[in-house]
Design a protein around this ligand. Structure first.
Ligand code: ATP
Ligand code: MG
Length: 436
């Protein structure tokens, strides 16, 4: 290709990194709005951290031999020669920021964040290279009460989105670091006995990260994995009591769950409680929210020992799930209520003013002004195309009488001539009293 050809070639977005188009943004805003108000109701405060961090932060927290650090990170050298990484998840940055700003000195914190994460994975439905998470992190609380709270608040979110019946809570305990180390030996011994039944990936993990073998989705290994010794049978006494107390709290709150002894999570920093919310409606990308306890991480990153528990959910998968299950309410479709239509150029100024007045009187109103002139016929066409339910027409006659003509664009109904003073009340009656 000659230079001039290649310079004309259209530049496209990077594979696995999506644009959020106007047709979809109302649903994202609906979801984000629900999350934001829910977290405020539980007393969680938002934290925003940069999307780029020193590579060492992720290598040291997530673990050198995890999938993320081994093969999924976007790592590059900046102009100073420092190794930087686009964040693959939010917990490490959150801990870094909380330590750096002294948020953890003998304090408890309930934090949340939201934003893009980056992982070099094979793009497919529900799995992207830039994706978005909302996450919750709590610090300084070691009892099972806070584990129960973060699970209950996620359950409330599903309920308010109409999803609770469609998702399953899977729960496990990874015990203490000591219990895990002892179990690791037991597990490796078992896998050594069944070495011929391990796939290549699992053989590699046998020395580096044997617990992750339990997570394998390979159907040929399923039977062998089902018979593997279970960590939950090898828990230390304190972790067992913690787990039982958590289960009792969830039972009392009426939250159903399945104990999944093979749930280990893909990041090294978890201990004790781990959980995932899953769905069968999205094919193999079925985990919509995942988290657990990571009491060792703050210390591992150079801070004072600080118990912590949190979770992250994938916004793309949740939005996909709402669409798949047809749980998108009208308010999340972003449709216009009203198209303000000056019938000729002489009425433009009056329509502009009327729009301002109505938006002041009705803060929930979504009104769009016709701009760009045109014949009356073409104006009406634009009104129809706008998707608005109503149009408000202003012409010479209306201006002379201080009225406006209300036209129903999507129902068979006589148009009405209304005094401009009466418009706010009529519109409220027709549209309901929305505040968003
Ligand atoms: P998976 O097992 O699906 O790879 P994970 O264990 O790697 O998930 P976490 O790191 O725990 O996922 O992230 C929490 C949530 O973020 C996931 O449950 C999922 O909803 C979402 N998520 C993770 N990776 C991606 C991705 N590449 N694209 C879209 N969403 C993702
Ligand atoms: Mg993953």
């Amino acid at each position: 290709m000659s230079k001039s050809d290649s310079s004309k070639k259209k530049i496209q977005a990077i594979r696995g990194m999506n644009d959020l188009l106007p047709e979809h943004s109302p649903l994202w805003q609906y979801f984000e709005g629900k999350v934001r108000s829910l977290l405020a109701r539980y007393g969680y405060a938002e934290i925003r951290t940069p999307i780029v961090e020193q590579t060492a932060l992720f290598a040291r927290s997530i673990g050198e031999v995890t999938d993320i650090v081994e093969k999924e990170m976007y790592t590059f050298e900046d102009r100073n020669g420092d190794s930087l990484t686009l964040r693959p998840e939010g917990t490490a940055s959150c801990v870094r920021a909380a330590m750096e700003h002294g948020l953890l000195h003998n304090q408890t914190q309930r934090l949340w964040y939201q934003g893009p994460m980056f992982r070099h994975e094979r793009p497919q439905k529900g799995r992207y290279r830039q994706f978005h998470q909302v996450g919750v992190e709590t610090f300084g609380l070691e009892g099972p009460d806070i584990d129960a709270e973060v699970i209950l608040l996620s359950a409330r979110l599903w309920r308010e989105l109409g999803l609770l019946e469609q998702v399953t809570l899977e729960l496990n305990s990874l015990g203490s670091a000591e219990a895990r180390a002892a179990y690791r030996d037991t597990l490796v011994a078992y896998f050594e006995q069944h070495h011929d039944r391990l796939d290549e990936d699992s053989r590699r993990r046998l020395t580096s990260n044997p617990l992750r073998i339990l997570d394998s989705k390979n159907p040929e290994m399923a039977a062998m994995l089902a018979d593997a010794p279970k960590l939950i049978d090898h828990l230390d006494e304190e972790s067992r009591a913690h787990f039982e107390a958590l289960c009792a709290m969830l039972d009392a709150a009426g939250i159903t769950y399945e104990i999944n002894p093979r749930l280990v999570r893909g990041l090294d920093y978890y201990g004790r409680t781990v959980f995932e919310w899953t769905t069968t409606a999205l094919g193999s990308q079925g985990t919509i929210c995942a988290g657990g306890r990571y009491d060792g991480l703050v210390e591992q990153l150079g801070g004072k020992p600080t118990p912590a528990v949190g979770f992250a959910m994938g916004i793309e998968r949740l939005v996909l799930l709402l669409e798949t299950l047809e749980l998108v309410p009208d308010a999340a479709r972003g449709e216009l209520d009203l198209y303000l239509l000056p019938m000729d150029d002489a009425a433009t100024g009056a329509a502009l003013q009327l729009g301002e007045r109505l938006r002041g009187e009705l803060p929930g109103l979504r009104a769009q002004l016709h701009c760009g002139g045109g014949s009356f016929k073409s104006r009406l066409k634009k009104a129809d195309k706008s998707g608005a339910r109503l149009a408000l027409l202003l012409g010479e006659n209306e201006l002379n009488h201080g009225t406006a003509t209300l036209k129903f664009l999507r129902e068979e109904r006589e148009q009405q001539s209304l005094a401009q003073e009466a418009l706010a009340e009529t519109l409220t009656g027709l549209l309901g009293n929305r505040d968003t």
